[in-house]
Design a protein around this ligand. Structure first.
Ligand SMILES: [Zn+2]
Length: 507
């Protein structure tokens, strides 16, 4: 046999596309030709494949070898084709029977010594293989955890090319490294770690209920980051389908963390304020990688010291905030990644950080203070429903010995309230309070009459504009859901209004 065909997959965004690898070994001058839009990394595969085959006890055909990847129009990149090309070569030489490979896909980069190395994007690749009807996926052992998230396909983790060949020849599974059973490790962080800050914790609970974006302003060391980091511990757990979506993005970025998602906890991403636009929203030249905003999909994107952020980087968040996804266009094609996250910004009250309370120790000029917050652009701030001051904890907070509320207790309320909202919106196109369209707030989702009168009064006196009006109402719904109210009461709306005006001294 001199012709063989092996299946594998390549990624276009989050979507895995089937690729057929055909190997033809013909008489003629010894040579190696690779057809079908290969990029540079793929072009280098020849040396890796050849050494790996020889070091795994195979032989390299001293004839004319043609490897073709089809369909040709699909852009292919990376090194995940090494292992399937090697298998196709072995089949073409009659070292492995073609029948044995039917129904299976092979993914992985080869080391010169025959090691099978990890590649990014294994999870979405295996998911696509399953959807296309494949029953066996052979993956690098380093990627076994993520691959195993896909059910109804036999996932085999291998360390070397010889293990792949052994499996195809004898049907024997590599014995060593069957992954351990999923373990549920308890969350290591909890809101009970945070001293004081009752108001801020309440605000974050309300934010988690409705999916509202948050801005926290306070001096350094008041626990802003600590509280932000704990938001996922009170959010409703992700469904298994959602986890696959989230993990697929992480898998492509090469950030798969097996521990983290066992509890189906939403992701938490905290890019540094010096982050570039590419690391924030994704990009890159050859391989388009998802950025922090996609890694935070269905979770929390936290930016500490947000005013220090490059303005262009902050502005780049507008597309994902608007559409819940991000499209990146490059010469090699354009890809769309999901990016539906809860944005949490933290800021110091001024450049020196001490303008708080009576602000006596602050050394900043009024101009410097104003300029500091101007860096958070209006359009971005417009999307932030909840704005809260985070003062230093009082001495009373610090000596208070009464048990602090746990994340579990808070999450219990968040889940109950979110369910209420979900049921209310069952006939709508949205499911969370932060997503209620402005028009609907006038139509079917107004608050109690007295509350509406209060808000209209604020508009007439120009203390509130139309956007603020909508923002207050959305938050009021989340407060009402937490309190178990049918529709927002005057109290609920008043409390929501306070979240809007809470930072008037700064913004
Ligand atoms: Zn200052």
């Amino acid at each position: 046999m001199t012709l063989s065909q092996i299946s594998t997959f390549t990624l276009l965004g989050l979507e895995g596309l089937p690729i057929e690898i055909e190997v033809d070994i013909a008489d003629g001058l010894p040579g190696y030709t690779l057809l079908g839009l290969p990029d540079a990394a793929l072009g280098e595969s020849k040396e890796r494949v050849r050494s790996a085959i020889i070091n795994s006890g195979g032989s390299w055909p001293n004839r004319k070898v043609t490897v073709s990847l089809s369909p040709a129009w699909v852009p292919k990149s990376g090194s995940a084709f090494d292992a399937p090309i090697a298998v196709a070569l072995m089949v073409a030489q009659g070292l492995v029977s073609a029948e044995a490979t039917v129904g299976s896909v092979v993914l992985g980069e080869l080391g010169l010594n025959g090691d099978v190395r990890s590649v990014p994007g294994i999870l979405p690749l295996v998911l696509s293989a399953k959807k296309s009807g494949f029953t066996v996926a052979i993956v690098p052992i380093a990627n076994i955890w993520e691959a195993k998230r896909v059910k109804e396909i036999l996932v085999i983790g291998v360390q070397s090319l010889s293990e792949i060949l052994e499996f195809y020849r004898s049907g024997v599974l590599p014995s060593v490294h069957e992954a351990e059973a999923d373990q549920l490790s308890p969350s290591f962080i909890d809101y009970s770690d945070v001293a004081g800050q009752r108001d801020a914790k309440l605000a974050l609970e309300i934010a988690a209920i409705g999916g509202h974006h948050v801005l926290m302003v306070g001096p350094p060391g008041t626990g802003k980051s600590m509280m932000a980091e704990r938001i996922p511990t009170i959010m409703p757990p992700l469904s298994d389908g959602d986890v696959l979506d989230v993990l697929s993005v992480h898998s492509i970025a090469g950030y798969y963390n097996s521990e983290k998602f066992h509890r189906n906890e939403p992701p938490f991403l905290a890019p540094h304020h010096s982050a570039t636009a590419v690391s924030m929203i994704g990009g890159g030249n050859k391989h388009i990688r998802p950025g922090a905003c996609s890694l935070a999909h269905l979770g929390v994107l936290f930016i500490d010291e947000a005013p220090e952020c490059n303005r262009v980087v902050l502005e780049s968040l507008r597309q994902p905030l608007e559409s819940g996804s991000i499209t990146i266009s490059r010469a090699v094609g354009s890809v769309t990644y999901p990016a539906q996250f809860m944005l949490v910004l933290a800021a110091n009250p001024c450049p020196c950080g001490k303008f708080f309370g009576r602000g006596r120790a602050c050394t900043c000029s009024a101009v410097a203070r104003a300029r500091y917050f101007q860096r958070l652009s209006g359009p971005l701030l417009d999307r932030i429903d909840i704005r809260i001051p985070v003062p230093p904890p009082s001495r009373l907070d610090l000596v208070d010995e009464t048990p602090r509320e746990s994340s579990a207790a808070m999450r219990h309320r968040v889940i109950a309230a979110s369910e209420r909202a979900r049921a209310r919106f069952s006939d709508e196109k949205w499911s969370r309070n932060a997503q209620i369209p402005s028009s609907a707030l006038h139509r079917g989702y107004a608050a109690e009459k007295s509350a509406m009168r209060m808000l209209h009064g604020e508009i007439e006196t120009e203390r509130l504009n139309a956007r603020g009006f909508h923002r207050v109402l959305r938050v009021a719904w989340s407060i009402a859901d937490r309190e178990g109210h049918e529709i927002p009461t005057l109290d609920d709306v008043t409390a929501a209004y306070a979240f809007r005006t809470g930072l008037e001294n700064y913004l």
